[in-house]
Write a protein that binds this ligand. Structure first.
Ligand code: F6R
Length: 605
C-alpha cells in the first residue's frame, strides 16, 4: 500500500506531486506529504488524513521547487500522525516508501548506537537515517543510496531526494511496484503508470531488485548486482484525464451502474458473434490435470465461484486458496496443472508471492487482472484483462463481475478442450452470458427498493448471508461488501452449515439475507431459510419471481430479480448484494469510496 511519486520537472513540482498523489490515493489515505529541493534546500509539508488536508496546508504554506517527491500513506508502522507521515527526512536526505522494511528494528538499534536517533515510529525513517549516516561518512548521494539499499530486507519501493541536488532522484524497487516516466527534459517516478498519466505515457517498469539514478537527462537503471540494466521503455494507454464520478455521488455507485456496459465489453472481447470463444492463443486445457486458483478478498470469492464452473461445466478438478495461506503452506503442485491468479490491481503482495511460488512448479501460470501492466500480469505466462476499466471505489464491484465473466469463459474453454461441450452447447452458454447485461440493467432499476430496505438494515449490529452452490461464495462476498463499507458485522455461510453452529446467532435482531435463485438447490436453501424463520429470524429473500412466489411468504423482505441461467446467476446476484452494501453505508453516513483502514491496492503482506 502507500503511493509514492517523484518529479524532476521544469515547472513547480508541488502541484504535479499533488495531482499524481490524487491518482494514488486509492493506495491509502492515512496521511500525505511532499518534499522539494529549492535553491539547494530540502523542505517538506505533511498532513494527517486525506490528501485534501495536505492541499489546504500547501495553500497557507506553499512549497517551491521543481524537484520533489510525494507520498500518500496507509499506515503500517506507527499511527497516522504528522511525525509518522512521509517524506521522512534525516539531515540532507528525504525518502518516500511503499512496503515494509522487515529488519528495521535491528537497523534502528544499530543507528541509535551511532547517535542517529529516530523521531517517528516508522520503518521508513530508518532508511533516511541509514542514508544520512553514509553521507556523513563522506559518501556521495548515489553511493549513500546504494549502500543503504544493500542493508534493507523486506518489500519496498523507495524514492530518495537530496539537499543540494536539484537534478537527482534515486528510485529502487524490491517487492513493490515502481514505474519511471520519461518526459522531455523532465523525469518522473510513480507507484504506477496511472499516477504519471497526465505527465507522460512513456514508462519504464523497474524489475525486482532494480535501482535507478534519475536526472532530467534520463535514468540509469542498475540490477540487484549493480550491473547496468537495459529496461525497455513502453508507451502506455491510460486516459490522462482525471477519473471522474460522472454525476454520481460516489465512484462505487458509478462502478455498480457501469457493470452492464463493462461485462458486455468483456464478452465482446472474448467471444465471437456466433457464440464461440475468442480467447488469446495458447489457452489449451488438453492434458491439464488440475487448476489451482489463488487470490485475496473479493477476487478470491470470484475464484471460489469459478471453482464450481471448472468442476461442473469442465469436469476439471479445481482448488482454490487465499494467497496469504497458499504461499506459506507450500502446497505440492502437479507439473501438469495450471495455476490461475485473480487480481483487480495485479499488485496484491500475497497474490504476487503466491504466483512466484507456483511459477516453476506448474505447467502454466495464468492471471485474470484488471491492470494489464501490473506485476502479476507481467509475471504470468498469460494474462487475461477483465476489461472493467479503472476501478476507484475501494470496495470492488465491477471488477468482481468482470472477473466472473472472464473466469466463466475460461471454464467454458476448459470444457471445450476436455470434450465436454459441443459448439451448440457452448453457444447456449455464451448466449446465457450475453443475456446478463440486459438482466443487470433491470436489476439496477431495483436500486430505490433496495435503498428502502437498507434504511432498516443500517440499524442491525450483525447480518448473515446464506447461499448454496455458487451462491455460497457470493454470500461471502455480500458479507464482505457490507462490512467493509458500512462497518456492520456480517458473515456469509453455506446454507447447509447453518445448523452446525451459526444458527445460535439467530434472533429477531439479526437480518438473514438469503441468496436463492429458483434452481436445483432452491428447495434445500428454502428449508434452511425456514429454520431461520422458525426462530424469529428476519429473512430478506433474494430470488426470482418463481422463487419469491413459492417461498417469499413470511419473509421480512423480498427482492425479485429477473430469471437467469442457474450457472451464471452469481454474476447477476452480485448486483443486489452490492446495492445493499452501498445503500446501507449511505444510510449510516460512512465514507463509501474510502472506508476506514482500507486501501485499494494491498502491496504489503
Ligand atoms: C473488497 C476488495 C478486496 C480486494 C483484495 C484483492 O471489496 O476489493 O478484498 O478484492 O484486496 O485485491 P486485488 O483484486 O487487487 O488483488
Amino acid at each position: 500500500m502507500c503511493g509514492i511519486v517523484g518529479v524532476l520537472g521544469d515547472h513547480e513540482a508541488a502541484p504535479l506531486l499533488v495531482e499524481a498523489l490524487k491518482r494514488l490515493e486509492y493506495r491509502g489515505y492515512d496521511s500525505a506529504g511532499i518534499a522539494t529541493v529549492h535553491k539547494g534546500k530540502l523542505d517538506r509539508r505533511r498532513a494527517v488524513g486525506k490528501l485534501v488536508n495536505l492541499s489546504d496546508l500547501l495553500v497557507h504554506e506553499p512549497l517551491a521547487g521543481k524537484s520533489g517527491i510525494g507520498h500518500t500513506r496507509w499506515a503500517t508502522h506507527g499511527a497516522a500522525t504528522v511525525t509518522n507521515a512521509h517524506p521522512h527526512r534525516a539531515g540532507g536526505v528525504a525518502v518516500v516508501h511503499n512496503g515494509i522494511i522487515e529488519n528495521f528494528r535491528d537497523l534502528r538499534a544499530e543507528l541509535a548506537t551511532d547517535g542517529y536517533a529516530q523521531e517517528s515510529e516508522t520503518d521508513t525513517e530508518t532508511v533516511a537515517l541509514l542514508a544520512r549516516r553514509e553521507l556523513d561518512r563522506g559518501a556521495t548521494p548515489v553511493e549513500a543510496a546504494r549502500a543503504t539499499l544493500k542493508r534493507l530486507h523486506g518489500a519496498f519501493a523507495l524514492c530518495f531526494l537530496f539537499d543540494g541536488e536539484e537534478d537527482l532522484m534515486i528510485a529502487a524497487r524490491k517487492g513493490s511496484p515502481l514505474a519511471i516516466g520519461h518526459g522531455t527534459g523532465e523525469m518522473f517516478v510513480g507507484s504506477d503508470a496511472i499516477a504519471l498519466a497526465p505527465m507522460t505515457d512513456r514508462i519504464t517498469y523497474l524489475e525486482e531488485g532494480d535501482w535507478a539514478v534519475i536526472t532530467r537527462a534520463g535514468a540509469q537503471i542498475f540490477d540487484a548486482a549493480d550491473r547496468l540494466a537495459n529496461r525497455a521503455e513502453t508507451r502506455i494507454q491510460i486516459d490522462a484525464t482525471r477519473i471522474e464520478k460522472a454525476g454520481y455521488k460516489h465512484f462505487m455507485a458509478k462502478e455498480i451502474a457501469e457493470q452492464p456496459v463493462v461485462i458486455a465489453e468483456a464478452l465482446k472481447h472474448y467471444t465471437t458473434p456466433d457464440g464461440q470463444l475468442n480467447l488469446p492463443e495458447g489457452i489449451d486445457f488438453t492434458g491439464v490435470d488440475r487448476i489451482t486458483l489463488v487470490a485475496c478478498g473479493t477476487a478470491s470469492y470470484a475464484a471460489h465461484i469459478a471453482k464450481y464452473w471448472f468442476e461442473q461445466i469442465a469436469g476439471l478438478p479445481a482448488e482454490i486458496d487465499i494467497a496469504s495461506e497458499f504461499r506459506y503452506r507450500e502446497p505440492p503442485l502437479s507439473p501438469h496443472s495450471w495455476a490461475l491468479f485473480v487480481s483487480q490491481s495485479g499488485e496484491t503482495a500475497d497474490t504476487l508471492a503466491a504466483l512466484r511460488y507456483a511459477r516453476d512448479k506448474v505447467a502454466r501460470v495464468l492471471s485474470v487482472v484488471n491492470v494489464p501492466t501490473s506485476s502479476i500480469a507481467r509475471e504470468s505466462d498469460l494474462a487475461l484483462p477483465i476489461m472493467a476499466g479503472v476501478e476507484v471505489g475501494v470496495a470492488s464491484t465491477k471488477a468482481f463481475t468482470c472477473q466472473l465473466v472472464t473466469l466463466a469463459l475460461l471454464a467454458l474453454k476448459a470444457a471445450v478442450d476436455r470434450g465436454r461441450l459441443t459448439p451448440e452447447a457452448l453457444a447456449r452458454h455464451v448466449a446465457d452470458l450475453n443475456a446478463l447485461p440486459g438482466l443487470m440493467n433491470h436489476t439496477l432499476s431495483l436500486s430505490p427498493r433496495i435503498a428502502a430496505i437498507a434504511e432498516d438494515l443500517a440499524r442491525a449490529q450483525d447480518v448473515l448471508f446464506l447461499g448454496r452452490g455458487t451462491m455460497y461464495p457470493l454470500a461471502l462476498e455480500g458479507a464482505l461488501k457490507l462490512k467493509e463499507i458500512s462497518y456492520i458485522h456480517a458473515e456469509g455461510y453455506a446454507s447447509g452449515e447453518l445448523k452446525h453452529g451459526p444458527i445460535a446467532l439467530i434472533d429477531a435482531a439479526v437480518p438473514v439475507i438469503v441468496l436463492a435463485p429458483k434452481d436445483a438447490l432452491f428447495d434445500k436453501t428454502v428449508s434452511n431459510m425456514q429454520e431461520v424463520m422458525a426462530r424469529h429470524g428476519r429473512v430478506l429473500l433474494i430470488s426470482d419471481a418463481k422463487g419469491i412466489a413459492e417461498a417469499g411468504q413470511g419473509a421480512w423482505q423480498t427482492i425479485t430479480l429477473p430469471e437467469v441461467s442457474s450457472a451464471f446467476a452469481p454474476i447477476l446476484y452480485a448486483v443486489p448484494a452490492q446495492l445493499l452494501a452501498y445503500h446501507t453505508a449511505i444510510a449510516k453516513g460512512t465514507d463509501v469510496d474510502q472506508p476506514r483502514n482500507l486501501a485499494k491496492s494491498v502491496t504489503v503482506e
